[in-house]
Design a protein around this ligand. Structure first.
Ligand code: PXP
Length: 238
């Protein structure tokens, strides 16, 4: 079984586009759970461009499945996580000027900093996932850093032109196998939509997908509950 964690950041993006108090990502999270999502993912960015501190606090109280907090490995974010205690933190690279998370975390090149962040979160009883490119070096470094989970970046696969997808998919398969052999739990995400998710969900080692933009986009037309159910169907879960 592959679990689906729905990223509800884009409900908050719509709210922030007007600077008012709706739509609210909190009821969105509850609807996703009711539709069968196995977890809720939110990214508290340094610039609070979508999810804000209030969302995180309330989300911690109302999410009944798994709350996955994506964040940069900064002192500010680690202190927030230690206080709010999400079930799992996914460390991601963050650049102010990017539209969305662009590449994976450079774990191998920042091994001591990432290891320290992992330890600080473990000390607060929070599981840690590292969002990385599907490369052996990063998988092995993630294991060395003490991660519990690696989330493989599926962006290159999702953006690959016709004829190049298979090669990108094989990079994900290989990285998932290496991680699994090292005892890591394997997640994946970024850019996945209804027509490219089946192949990734079919990789045996991958136990969890984090999907946001495509689900929230489809919700505009069919409603959020149906959008989540349809994604579970595309993943082969229904
Ligand atoms: N995983 C991570 C680490 C992300 O940063 C994001 C985007 O916030 C996602 C998954 C979801 O990506 P998408 O919105 O393209 O489905």
């Amino acid at each position: 079984m592959t679990r689906l964690h729905v990223n509800v950041d884009h409900v908050a993006t719509l709210r922030e586009a007007r600077g008012i108090n709706y739509p609210d990502p909190i009821p969105a999270a509850s609807i996703c759970e009711r539709a069968g999502a196995h977890g809720i993912t939110i990214h508290l960015r340094e610039d609070r461009r979508h999810i804000n501190d209030r969302d995180l606090e309330i989300m911690r109280k109302v999410v009944t499945t798994v709350l996955n907090l994506e964040m940069a490995a900064t002192d500010e974010m680690i202190a927030i996580a230690q206080r709010v205690k999400p079930d799992i933190c996914t460390l991601v690279p963050e650049k102010r000027e990017e539209r969305t998370t662009e590449g994976g975390l450079a774990v191998a090149d920042q091994l001591s900093e990432i290891s320290a962040a992992v330890k600080a979160l473990h000390d607060a009883d929070i599981r840690v996932s590292l969002f990385i490119d599907p490369e052996r070096r990063e998988v092995e470094a993630s294991r060395e850093a003490g991660a519990d989970v690696i989330e493989l970046h599926t962006g290159d696969y999702c953006l690959a032109k016709f004829g190049h997808q298979e090669k990108e998919l094989m990079r994900i398969v290989a990285a998932a196998q290496i991680g699994d052999d090292l005892g890591l739990s394997i997640a994946a995400g970024h850019g996945l939509h209804y027509h490219n998710v089946t192949e990734v969900a079919g990789i045996g080692e991958i136990v969890e997908l984090n999907i946001g933009h495509s689900i929230i986009s489809r919700a505009v037309f069919v409603g959020l509950e149906a959008a989540v159910r349809q994604m579970l169907e595309s993943m082969g879960e229904r």
